[in-house]
Design a protein around this ligand. Sequence first.
Ligand code: BTN
Length: 279
Amino acid sequence: MMSENEVPEAEKQEFGQRALEAEIHTRWAGKHICYFKELDSTNIRAKQEADSGAVEGTLIVTDKQTAGRGRRGRSWNSPAGVNVYFTLILKPVYEPDKAAMVTLVMALAVAEGITLTCGLDAEIKWPNDVVVNGKKVCGILTEMSMEHDRIRHVVVGVGVNAGLQEFPLEIAATAASLEAECKRPVSRTALVANILEAFEKYYEGFRRELSLSGIRGKYNGRLVNRDREVRVLDPKGEFQGVARGINEAGELLVEHDDGSVTAVFAGEVSVRGIYGYTV
Ligand code: BTN
């Protein structure tokens, strides 16, 4: 008999280099795949590969991370056999100040990939958490490397809780997994493929326009806090207002009681619901 945390043999065989190559139908995003059974962190490896000449669209994927990294210096829980951990290498020619928007493009791609793969209504908690039923199922860590004021490379790391059933105590109240929410097995291979196909499409639009104008409507349509009261935790001063969606630069528009609007830039700021993580 299999224990609850064991992975069915079929799924173990399914997730790997060959299955990913067979299922990802993109022109460049994930066209070259480096799959590892175990890594410290796909972001760390992606930066090394990018420095050694990996081409744009190279995908670093692993089944387990021993030093998975989250935003703001946190760690990312990364056990084997259940979740998705990958990093996409980009070699942009645009100005460094545009790179922050890539994270929002990926958030939309992940949300759409989740809906397509398992039918769940995936929402976005600005700027880049993906949530299902108000709980976080995905985190994105984008890192940029510079050389003489120009971008050398950008790596976009994505962690999706696909099949995890038990969460560390400190995130148990705010985190969920796709399988726990949709109550059936989720193919990690199909999920990665669907995310990359969406990302390629949306990133090409972003690269052309150098703005989020092309995806703004879709992004705002999935925004979990849209038209709801939010608390903006800005190191320069906390305030409350109603979230009205993002602008073309990816800033969150927050409306004050007097009708004036502040455009909030992600950076050091985080946004919460009035009562908790999302609401
Ligand atoms: C967050 O804190 O919300 C961001 C988490 C990002 C985790 C992913 S897992 C794949 C990639 N490699 C890492 O070390 N981190 C990112």
